[in-house]
Design a protein around this ligand. Structure first.
Ligand SMILES: Nc1ncnc2c1ncn2[C@@H]1O[C@H](COP(=O)(O)OP(=O)(O)O)[C@@H](O)[C@H]1O
Ligand SMILES: [Mg+2]
Length: 305
């Protein structure tokens, strides 16, 4: 059964997509090779376009749908199985044949509002709890249909914690927060941590309201990983070092930070332009080495049971 991991941060530009893509590619490419499903849950479609060309995506989505199709079915449109939506082997390189994709589209942009607007008037606390769970279990239910086909399912989340991200969290066995070591990110990570814990507590509460025998306090294993660490000698490099040490030293995050990290080098931007992971575009480059290391740690920290 697949291990489902979400890559989250309420901020954009902090390496969520790059890390989802590289960890996914590493799991699929390096021994022991894993079967990986990438789910692009961000309307910006960046992960999708790391995996495929625009014209192919356009015709593919027209005929088979996208992640938005999964939500649309909940909103009353025709239901399509995730099996039909999944794009098998979207990338042409044989090394990446173990990767499948659930593509995204811009239509995901207002999905939170659309899901919210479906909230029916509830008269009992049980109904409120049921609607709460239903609105957040759409992705989880869809994933269950295909989970046995994969070793890992990685979800690239949008830069917020609204319903689409909450659906990803409800479907997940754990999550990874990618973090750039600067002042703002460090302040935000404590807030993010509290917020996600609160969301999971709300799920427990809703489940207990539905089923009073359910006393299980479900929490999710999670880790933080530093990415895009500035290594240009000078003030910014010092800030990066200080901020990493600060977060690693916080009691909330004891044992929660990956030892591995990635650094800010052009190898990533060059690989992105070629729609390839650094492992194939620039073997031996700085982030080739660093992302291999991170993927190894990922396997250890999120073992596939
Ligand atoms: N280690 C890195 N070194 C250099 N550039 C990076 C690195 N990681 C990510 N980037 C670049 O930073 C930008 C934001 O990364 P992205 O993964 O898209 O963030 P997010 O998904 O959180 O918005 C992208 O242009 C990406 O190519
Ligand atoms: Mg992104």
């Amino acid at each position: 059964m697949a291990k489902v991991i979400s890559f989250i941060n309420y901020k954009g530009g902090v390496g969520k997509t790059t890390t989802t893509f590289h960890i996914g590619c590493a799991l699929a490419m390096f021994e022991p090779k894993k079967k990986v499903l990438l789910i692009d849950a961000d309307p910006q479609t960046n992960l999708t376009f790391l995996c495929c060309e625009f014209p192919k995506w356009e015709s593919r989505v027209k005929t088979n749908g996208s992640l938005e199709t999964v939500y649309s079915a909940y909103l009353g449109k025709e239901k399509k199985s995730l099996r039909d939506i999944i794009w098998t082997k979207p990338m042409t390189r044989p090394e990446l044949a173990n990767i499948d994709l659930v593509p995204s589209t811009i239509e995901l942009l207002d999905i939170d509002l659309r899901l919210q607007s479906k909230t029916k008037a509830a008269t009992t606390i049980q109904e409120v709890a049921q609607i709460h769970l239903d609105q957040r279990s759409i992705l989880s239910k869809a994933i269950k249909e295909v989970a046995s086909n994969y070793d890992y399912i990685l979800i690239d989340c949008p830069p917020n914690l609204y319903l689409a991200t909450q659906n990803a969290l409800y479907a997940s066995d754990g999550y990874l927060v990618t973090l750039m070591p600067d002042h703002f990110s460090t302040v935000g990570v404590t807030f993010l941590d509290k917020k996600v814990r609160q969301l999971l507590r709300e799920r427990n509460l809703a489940e207990q309201i539905i089923d009073s025998n359910n006393n299980g306090e479900k929490t999710l294993p999670y880790f933080l990983s530093f990415v895009k660490v500035n290594v240009t000698a000078g003030k910014q490099q010092n800030v990066a070092k200080e901020q990493m040490a600060l977060v690693r030293g916080m009691s909330d995050f004891t044992g929660k930070c990956f030892d591995s990290h990635t650094e800010d080098y052009k190898d990533i931007r060059e690989a992105t332009t070629e729609q390839l992971p650094v492992f194939l575009n620039s073997p031996g480059s700085q982030n080739d080495v660093l992302y291999r290391r991170m993927a190894k740690e990922f396997r250890l920290k999120f073992p596939q049971s």
